[in-house]
Design a protein around this ligand. Structure first.
Ligand code: 5CA
Length: 159
């Protein structure tokens, strides 16, 4: 039997409903904090894991959310060229304040403030991808194109 969702995961579920995205959140018995752990828990390829990475514009100070395939490392200079400013890595407290979630559980939508969102084109090559659902044990699966539409994400090559 499934345990009731945590309040963080309930917020993700509600945000998905507001966006018209139908998701089913799974609370895993094991950690899904990292892309590798999430892939093992979900029984999928690490490339199908959506990493939700928060960066900060060096000039503007504004946050950017990058939805990145678990197999890719972000080429920060390349992404900076796309958005027009250099990228900084904000600390965990800043990430939590912008998103409303702790690192390892940050979902791709439903944040404390609207975040300009970019999605790794490599995610769009899969039928199904898995993303964090508010905690480092909660995940959901979705069609990556539906995720792109629901989040209004721009498609970029991140790696
Ligand atoms: N639940 C999994 C996949 S569904 C997940 O959230 N993966 S993740 O990649 O999106 O989140 C972990 C990422 O958080 C790490 O790859 C790392 O880039 C980032 N991170 C880890 N520690 C910190 C920190 N102290 N400050 C800022 N970012 C961090």
């Amino acid at each position: 039997m499934n345990a009731p969702l945590t309040s963080s995961s309930q917020r993700v579920q509600a945000a998905a409903e507001r966006l018209g995205l139908s998701i089913s959140i799974l609370e895993m018995p094991q950690s899904t904090r990292t892309a590798e752990e999430a892939a093992a828990a979900c029984g999928c390829d690490v490339a199908q894991i959506v990493k939700s990475l928060v960066f900060q514009g060096a000039g503007s100070g504004q946050p950017y959310l990058l939805l990145v395939s678990g197999k890719n490392r972000v080429d920060e200079e390349g992404v900076a060229g796309h958005i027009g400013e250099a990228l900084l890595r904000p600390d965990a407290a800043q990430v939590r304040s912008w998103t409303g979630y702790a690192i390892g559980g940050i979902p791709p939508f439903g944040h404390a403030m609207p975040l300009r969102t970019l999605i790794d084109r490599d995610l769009l090559g899969h039928d199904i991808v898995w993303a964090a659902a508010g905690t480092p044990r909660a995940v959901f699966s979705t069609d990556p194109k539906a995720l792109m539409q629901a989040t209004g994400a721009e498609v970029i090559a991140v790696a």
